[in-house]
Design a protein around this ligand. Structure first.
Ligand code: HEM
Ligand SMILES: *[C@@H]1O[C@H](CO)[C@@H](O)[C@H](O)[C@H]1NC(C)=O
Ligand SMILES: *[C@@H]1O[C@H](CO)[C@@H](O)[C@H](O)[C@H]1NC(C)=O
Ligand SMILES: *[C@@H]1O[C@H](CO)[C@@H](O)[C@H](O)[C@H]1NC(C)=O
Ligand SMILES: *[C@@H]1O[C@H](CO)[C@@H](O)[C@H](O)[C@H]1NC(C)=O
Ligand SMILES: *[C@@H]1O[C@H](CO)[C@@H](O)[C@H](O)[C@H]1NC(C)=O
Ligand SMILES: *[C@@H]1O[C@H](CO)[C@@H](O)[C@H](O)[C@H]1NC(C)=O
Ligand SMILES: *[C@@H]1O[C@H](CO)[C@@H](O)[C@H](O)[C@H]1NC(C)=O
Ligand SMILES: *[C@@H]1O[C@H](CO)[C@@H](O)[C@H](O)[C@H]1NC(C)=O
Ligand SMILES: *[C@@H]1O[C@H](CO)[C@@H](O)[C@H](O)[C@H]1NC(C)=O
Ligand SMILES: *[C@@H]1O[C@H](CO)[C@@H](O)[C@H](O)[C@H]1NC(C)=O
Length: 518
């Protein structure tokens, strides 16, 4: 019931038109968290990477608290701070307001997933969203496009010993009213608790084999999103260490929850759905609090039909292209294999078609499923190539509202690419085929790397144009020997001063051995 209501509210968000490299990457990272490995770190919800499931701590709690502390430096007046992954800097983590190792744990689990299209701040956002959803929380609307800070922000995270007025003004500086503050604290503190190691004076050592890090939890269901944080508070049974702690100075939740005469907490205790809807809104606002000037994307909803993993290889004689790929169908009809035909346009014969092969249905994320279909391995004439495709699904045409799925076969791998297996380092002869309708000034391999403040960057390896044979080929080859320990290369080119990229990554295993190739 609740899920339907939430989905309806962002079902109005318009799906984008595929392909769109950044949105494609963000959509995948947000909606297929099993693929990136994110879900594996939070299932079950009490899993804690540095120590298993009986520490009393949990990755989900760390990830959610990290997102809040990253955001909490925001100043609405001057637009500084916000969700920008500044929490990754050791200097921020060393501040008293960021006590504990939860930030470092989160950063080391998550930020390696950042890419040229997905900033570290987007990764921290998706991590916290998936944590909430995976552990009983509402489905959250995701916008991407956060930009990573280049230096720590000014301090500004609230601390438990501060008084109510300081907390009200800290939340106001972050862009939240007093009512928002009560809500956001309750929404966050439905997870986790206070650790003895971080607050030795406020919470005791527990000597509990099921809670080896002595965490005094905020509610009785500390790895589940639910309104027990409110019901236990209102009924007077709460053990929340920031409400019933012996030292009243650090009872910040007590002061915050009672700051409107308990009205907000009572409304949460009365209705789990109201709590969930309020948190969905407040969490989204928290994640979307970004430094001034950062332009977030529209809400990214899963594409109903999404081609993925398209691969092109020009044959060594240059006459044909091997083409293959997959197509993802989001939330397909249950217990029914759809019949899918792919239609595609080429430059010569017009429209062709082939039947796609179902390769199974699997869960995606927390509450969705995907059906995957493979194209057969198609051998296309180079002169024909492929320009656009559409799908006929159980008789119904799917073509993104008439525009189809545009395909780029103009910068592709050549099967003459190969790796040397006779050297101690990985090295290879890499050859890229460029359709003769393109006239690039540069063609290069792209390799993902990080700069000295962990931001994703692309390192380029230039290739040189190979002199074409006498007859004008459909594709011209660019080639270079590259010595490099690489994980994967994508293809880049510069055309009229503009860089373009083709997302057909290849790693060592994807290439033939040079021994035996001419
Ligand atoms: C006045 C505002 C707040 C204060 C004073 C406060 C204080 C604290 C304290 C002292 C801890 C214990 C940390 C530790 O032992 O390592 C904690 C944990 C936590 N806080 Fe807050 N908090 C506030 C607001 C929020 C908000 C707005 C959120 C999220 C929306 C949040 C999410 C969390 C989570 C998930 C934990 C558990 C961490 C874990 O168990 O590892 N907090 N908070
Ligand atoms: C927020 O920014 C304004 C404008 O620069 C500044 O006057 C104010 O002191 C800042 N607030 C805090 C808490 O730093
Ligand atoms: C620890 O958890 C297990 C399984 O939930 C339970 O059987 C056991 O009694 C718990 N031990 C303590 C000391 O709470
Ligand atoms: C209570 O906590 C405050 C803030 O951490 C501290 O300054 C004070 O000494 C504590 N009081 C007692 C009695 O422990
Ligand atoms: C709010 O609720 C708490 C917990 O039941 C209670 O101790 C407190 O007196 C209430 N405060 C107000 C202002 O009603
Ligand atoms: C699909 O099949 C499963 C197991 O066979 C069954 O439990 C489920 O109710 C079916 N769903 C629908 C919509 O028919
Ligand atoms: C698919 O191609 C075959 C010929 O290869 C043609 O007879 C058939 O009509 C095509 N089907 C569609 C749906 O275009
Ligand atoms: C055109 O289609 C025919 C029949 O499917 C095929 O044999 C031929 O190779 C195609 N020509 C090109 C240039 O793709
Ligand atoms: C990072 O590299 C830039 C130049 O690319 C340099 O100016 C800066 O000082 C370096 N920062 C650190 C922390 O090493
Ligand atoms: C690549 O490495 C091999 C073996 O170390 C070396 O012989 C060769 O000169 C290197 N090639 C280039 C282009 O650096
Ligand atoms: C590796 O093999 C290639 C050709 O197969 C040859 O050109 C090259 O010299 C060899 N490199 C080494 C280091 O043996």
């Amino acid at each position: 019931m609740l899920r339907l209501a939430l989905f309806a509210c962002f079902a109005t968000a318009k799906a984008y038109i595929w392909p769109e490299p950044q949105l494609d990457a963000l959509e995948l990272f947000r909606w297929e968290p099993d693929k990136s490995g994110l879900l594996g770190l939070i299932q079950p919800c009490n899993f804690f990477l540095p120590g298993g499931s009986s520490t009393g701590r949990s990755d989900v709690s760390d990830w959610i608290r990290t997102a809040y502390h990253d955001m909490a430096t925001h100043n609405v007046t001057d637009g500084t701070g916000g969700m920008d992954a500044s929490i990754r800097f050791a200097e921020e983590q060393a501040r008293p307001e960021d006590v504990g190792d939860g930030f470092q744990n989160t950063v080391s689990s998550l930020i390696k997933h950042a890419t040229r299209y997905i900033s570290m701040a987007d990764v921290l956002t998706v991590g916290a969203m998936v944590a909430i959803e995976n552990c009983g929380g509402p489905e959250l609307a995701f916008r991407g496009g956060r930009i990573d800070a280049v230096a720590p922000n000014k301090p500004g995270v609230p601390e438990p010993q501060q008084d109510l007025d300081s907390h009200i003004s800290a939340f106001a500086r972050q862009g939240f009213t007093k009512t928002d503050m009560i809500g956001l604290v309750a929404c966050g503190h439905t997870f986790g608790g206070v650790q003895h190691a971080a607050f030795p004076d406020s919470v005791p050592e527990l000597n509990d084999p099921n809670n080896t890090q002595s965490v005094s939890h905020f509610d009785s269901t500390f790895v589940t999103f639910d309104n027990n944080i409110a019901t236990e508070y209102i009924s007077g049974t709460t053990k929340n260490p920031l409400v019933v702690g012996l030292n009243d100075t650090t009872n910040s939740d007590k002061r915050i929850f009672a700051s409107d005469g308990n009205a907000t907490m009572q409304s949460f205790a009365k209705s789990a759905d109201h709590f969930s809807l309020t948190c969905a809104d407040l969490f989204a606002r928290m994640f979307n609090t970004v430094p001034r000037g950062v332009q977030l994307t529209e809400v990214i909803t899963p594409l109903p039909i999404k081609p993925d993993n398209l691969k092109f290889d020009l044959a060594i004689d240059g006459k044909t292209i091997d083409f293959s790929g997959q197509v993802r169908f989001w939330d397909p009809p249950a217990n029914k294999t759809q019949k899918v035909r792919m239609l595609w346009d080429d430059r010569v014969n017009g429209t062709n078609n082939a039947t796609l092969i179902s390769s199974g249905v699997s869960p995606s994320g927390v509450r969705h499923t995907v059906a995957w279909y493979d194209t057969p391995l198609l051998t296309l004439q180079s002169s024909a190539g492929i320009t656009n495709m559409r799908f006929v699904v159980d008789g119904k045409l799917e073509d993104q509202g008439g525009v189809g799925f545009a395909i780029q076969d103009d910068l592709i791998w050549s099967k003459s690419s190969c790796v040397y297996t006779n050297t101690s380092i990985t090295s290879g002869r890499f050859e890229i085929a460029v359709r003769n309708t393109l006239n690039p000034t540069r063609v290069f391999l792209e390799q993902a790397s990080k700069d000295n403040i962990s931001r994703p960057i692309i390192v380029e390896f230039d290739l040189a144009r190979v002199s074409p044979p006498a007859a004008k080929p459909v594709y011209n080859l660019w080639s270079a020997i590259v010595n490099n320990t690489f994980t994967a290369f994508t293809i880049g080119a510069e055309i009229d001063g503009v860089k373009v990229t083709r997302n057909d990554p290849r790693s060592v295993e994807g290439f033939a051995s040079c021994t035996g190739l001419s």
